[in-house]
Design a protein around this ligand. Structure first.
Ligand code: ASP
Length: 309
């Protein structure tokens, strides 16, 4: 049997049990289980961590419950600008896109950037021209229209308020990600997001930035972050976890705890991350009330969590 580990997240924030309806809780749980299963299937058959990450993130992007792909939030101009990145821990190759719209699965386009260009990050019109050249179908605006997301934007439209999906009144949370270790010992990480409601046109968060929102290196760990992107950028969070393991010899859990519970709060940053190391250990710390998350290790039961302990 192959040995593998996989963890996914659907965003961290003020997720409180008493504010969640039983129906919603079931819907989120099923969506997390489906994404975990999509990724695990690949790992169980001996497939690559990179492919498992893609499969899990694609599943979450297709689910309107999460702020990525189909469920992306509205920006200040009433449009969608999505960001995504992916990293291969075996060779530290990476691909990313930022400020794109109309693409069903930004994580796939990020992978195309990694596989078919000399670059790491393509943005806006350039990324879309690349998508066209690669034969990507553009989805109509209706595909991304969600009444709930639209109502979120109406609340703050025309104001300077920028709402993290974490802090809005209905407490929906944003960004999706996956990290995996495959049976060949390779690590991979991927992250995808619609960003923040009413964000300025052109704003880019941590999710497509390698080292901030996403990182993978076989020597240390694979990390995917979620939270207030500006703080994760300033903290270079995903890479910081890897550095603490490499330079200080910390365990995965200790490195993650140091970053999420000490370094990030020092700059008032809130959020969480999922991480897996080369031994298959998994850590999923967050300093918010909750984080949509799920994980599985070969031969062990699946875990799905939403709230804090
Ligand atoms: N980190 C994402 C961003 O700032 C948002 C999130 O994780 O909810 O774009």
């Amino acid at each position: 049997m192959s040995t593998y580990s996989l963890a996914i997240h659907g965003g961290a924030g003020t997720i409180l049990k008493h504010e969640m309806s039983p129906e919603k809780e079931v819907a989120y749980t099923l969506a997390l289980q489906a994404a975990l299963q999509a990724g695990e299937e690949i790992l169980r058959q001996g497939g690559a961590a990179l492919d498992a990450v893609m499969a899990a993130v694609t599943s979450l992007e297709d689910c309107p419950l999460f702020n990525a792909g189909r469920g992306s939030v509205f920006n200040a101009a009433g449009g969608h600008e999505m960001d995504a990145s992916i990293m291969d821990g075996s060779n530290r190759m990476a691909g990313a896109v930022a400020g794109i719209h109309g693409i069903r699965n930004p994580i796939r386009l990020a992978r195309e950037v990694m596989d078919h260009t000399e670059h790491v990050l393509l943005i806006g019109d350039g990324a879309l021209a690349f998508a066209d050249a690669r034969g990507y179908e553009r989805m109509p605006a209706e595909y991304f229209h969600d009444d709930f997301r639209f109502a979120q934007w109406q609340d703050v439209k025309g104001t300077e308020a920028i709402q993290l999906d974490h802090t809005i009144k209905d407490r929906k949370f944003g960004t999706v990600g996956a990290v995996a270790l495959d049976s060949r010992g390779h690590l991979a990480a991927g992250t995808s997001t619609g960003g923040m409601t009413n964000k300025k046109y052109g704003r880019v968060g941590d999710s497509p930035v390698i080292g901030a929102g996403t990182w993978a290196w076989d020597r240390t760990c694979a990390v995917s972050c979620t939270g207030s992107g500006e703080f994760f950028l300033r903290g270079v969070v995903a890479y910081d976890v890897s550095c603490l393991m490499e330079y200080k010899g910390l365990s995965l859990q200790a490195a993650c705890d140091e970053v999420i519970h000490h370094r990030l709060p020092e700059i008032q940053g809130d959020g969480g991350l999922i991480a897996v190391d080369a031994q298959g250990n998994i850590a999923m710390p967050f300093n918010t009330e909750g984080m949509y998350r799920a994980s599985v290790k070969s031969g062990l039961d699946r875990f799905v969590g939403i709230y804090g302990e």
